[in-house]
Design a protein around this ligand. Structure first.
Ligand SMILES: Nc1ncnc2c1ncn2[C@@H]1O[C@H](COP(=O)(O)OP(=O)(O)OP(=O)(O)O)[C@@H](O)[C@H]1O
Length: 319
């Protein structure tokens, strides 16, 4: 039994006069996450990453499909929803806005500990110190305010808050994007260490293939999930996806990474043109407007997944 199972999950928004503009932040997402797994969700801005994170922590109610947590329907079973909100913890992209500026670090960490573990007095303080140490901070920082800490230290405080309730799953939504490069590796190292020590499941959401690669280097058997335009376009071992991307979007993503690092051939050379505006069609494959291999049927319907061992791809090139 998968710990988390999303089945044909959709999050649809409407905008504009008479709600005429329809946006699918997620569309028909099937995803299974097993207990103890490390998962990298990779996709560019607007792909639906934050929406997926919000769905996983039950902050966002899907407009279609189901979210099963330990086989229980999170939106039909209030108990399951409560379980998710405690056991699946969210680490936000922006470490500053995730904390109340008028509360000391001790107060911010104490809040979930008091609420969920019902500790007070010396026991509460002891737990706060234990958590602060677990995330590699000096306990002398606890009486400071958020504006007196660096971005890296603040993200560690957020991680301390997240682990304070002994979660089963950590959802880290672009946890290092807003940090100086010098802090990034330390935060990923910390997440990997805590995942192992606390026997958790880790889902790292990123637009940056370099971060996904680093996570893979530090962990074993990381599952990669590539999303584009609200769709899972490819899934498999991240190693396999990087070495041999199958979906044209994954190829583009991996190719772009090489461009940045080795100044290799430009995007045009592979026939991939950046449209002036990222237009995501609601019908067919969301990548069809950019894809150099797109044929008529790509614009009409989203292909079924082709599954080969632990690799899954949604593209007519493969079936
Ligand atoms: N509340 C909302 N109302 C309307 N559209 C929304 C809403 N939230 C998200 N969207 C749209 O859904 C799509 C996916 O958004 P989401 O924030 O999940 O993407 P993302 O991959 O996290 O991107 P970014 O990294 O830029 O935040 C985008 O087109 C976004 O504009």
């Amino acid at each position: 039994m998968a710990l988390i199972k999303l089945d044909d999950l959709t999050v649809r928004y409407t905008q504009g006069r008479f709600n005429k503009k329809v946006i699918y932040a997620l569309k028909g997402v099937d995803l299974e996450i097993n207990s103890g797994e490390t998962v990298s969700v990779i996709g560019e801005s607007g792909a639906g990453k934050t929406t997926l994170a919000r769905v996983l922590v039950a902050l966002e109610k899907p407009t279609g499909g189901t979210y099963l947590y330990k086989d229980k329907d999170v939106w039909k079973d209030k108990g399951a929803r409560k379980e998710v909100r405690r056991e699946v913890q969210y680490i936000y992209q922006d470490p500053i806005s995730a904390l109340n500026p008028s509360k000391t670090i001790r107060e911010s960490i104490s809040y979930p500990v008091k609420k969920h573990l019902k500790l007070k007095g010396d026991e509460l303080y002891g737990k706060v110190v234990e958590l602060v140490k677990a995330v590699g901070l000096d306990p002398s920082l606890v009486d400071r305010y958020p504006n007196q800490l660096s971005g890296g230290q603040l993200q560690r405080v957020n991680i301390a808050r997240a682990i304070s309730v002994n979660p089963k799953v950590l959802i880290a939504d672009e946890p290092v994007t807003m940090l100086d490069a010098s802090y990034r590796v330390g935060i990923i190292d910390l997440l990997v260490k805590l995942k192992k020590e606390m026997d958790m499941t880790l889902v790292l959401i990123t637009h940056d293939l370099a971060i996904a690669k680093y996570l893979n280097y530090k962990s074993e058997g990381v599952k990669g999930v590539v999303i584009y335009g609200g769709r899972v376009v490819e899934e498999g071992k991240i190693d396999d996806i990087i070495q041999n991307p199958l979906h044209p979007y994954s190829k583009f993503l991996v190719g772009s990474y090489i461009d940045i690092n080795y100044e290799a051939a430009e995007a045009e050379d592979r026939g991939v043109q950046e449209p002036k505006e990222a237009v995501i069609p609601n019908q067919g494959c969301p990548f069809s407007v950019k894809c150099p291999y797109a044929v008529d049927k790509c614009k009409k319907g989203f292909p079924n997944y082709t599954v080969n061992r632990d690799r899954k791809v949604a593209c007519y090139l493969y079936g």
